[in-house]
Write a protein that binds this ligand. Structure first.
Ligand code: BV8
Ligand code: ZN
Length: 240
């Protein structure tokens, strides 16, 4: 822990990549862990454009349920520690970028300001016809599937399997990772591409890679430091 903490203290450009693991201690099931949400559903059946075209009601029931679960939880100490670190870095005119695969919006609710949401956000609805986007944070949608003012059906504003990531956001995320002095990888199984490749990309450009996870992942072998434990406990310690 000391080595990682010193590297963080020395860094003038910090990038952080988070996954579902950072929201686990808030009570949101992860995708692939024990009891993970993918367990009950197959990712292919739900988080793809084909599934949505085939059965929009089923896909919307799943997202409506996930929205209600997320609406009922709070950001945890891990989210808050990252928001605190961003403020500290800003006060020292040092660069800090948070890249998240999570669509739950908990980093923003914890006070993080610069959040690159590379897989979109569950609270955003996008019209399948006119493309209009709106934020709807109601725990349960009044109507499922929701309809746009233009009358067409809306979809969740998230990135599904087989879909490209939002180009500008993804560009910024790649830039932040490869220009960072240190990349902190928190609570991700690092199996979903292209985001999973950020750690190796950062490392190849000389960044120190620090992983925080309760288990080993494909990032572990190449990490300079791999801290084993829950983000909610380790991050506050790491940034102390
Ligand atoms: C694309 C949004 C092309 C929706 C998600 C074969 C090889 C390589 C790639 C592929 C392949 N076949 C297909 C692909 C591409 C595919 C992919 O990578 N598939 C994988 C599964 C093999 N990728 C895509 O399709 C991507 N798009 O490639 O497009 C393209 C390009 C241009 C133009 C057109 C097309 C799009 C991927 C995005 C999919 N969307 N989510 C939604 O959420 O509903 S993915 C989903 O997985 C979430 O976003 C999630 O964040 C993401 C990654 O999962 P994790 O966050 O890592 O969560 P997970 O449960 O897996 O792990 C939790 C971790 O936390 C574990 O390590 C656990 O140990 C740890 N943990 C648990 N508790 C704690 C903890 N750690 C710390 N503290 C704790 N307390
Ligand atoms: Zn519309």
């Amino acid at each position: 822990m000391d080595g990682a903490r010193d590297a963080l203290r020395r860094a003038s450009r910090i990038a952080v990549l988070t996954g579902a693991g950072i929201s686990a201690e808030s009570g949101i099931p992860t995708f692939r862990g024990p009891g993970g949400i993918w367990r009950t559903y197959k990712a292919e059946n739900l988080a793809t454009p084909e599934a949505f075209a085939r059965n929009p009601e089923l896909v919307w029931e799943w997202y409506d349920w996930r929205r209600s679960v997320i609406a009922g939880v709070e950001p945890n100490a891990g989210h808050k520690a990252l928001a605190e670190l961003e403020r500290k870095m800003e006060s020292k005119a040092r660069e800090f970028t948070l890249i998240t695969q999570n669509v739950d919006g908990l980093h923003t609710r914890a006070g993080s300001r610069k959040v690159l949401k590379v897989h979109g956000e569950i609270w955003t609805l996008r019209c399948t016809e006119c493309g209009r986007e709106r934020e709807d944070t109601s725990p349960r949608l009044k109507q499922v599937p929701p309809l746009c003012e233009c009358g067409a059906m809306e979809r969740p504003g998230v990135v599904w399997f087989g879909e490209g990531l939002p180009p500008k956001v993804w560009m910024c995320a790649q830039k932040a990772a490869i220009e960072s002095d240190i990349l902190l990888v928190v609570g991700t199984s690092a199996v979903v591409h292209p985001v999973a490749g950020l750690a190796a990309a950062a490392k190849s450009r000389g960044a120190v890679v620090v992983e925080v996870n309760v288990a080993e992942t494909p990032v572990t072998a190449g990490a300079d430091y791999s801290l084993r434990g829950p983000a909610g406990a380790l991050l506050p310690e790491l940034f102390a």
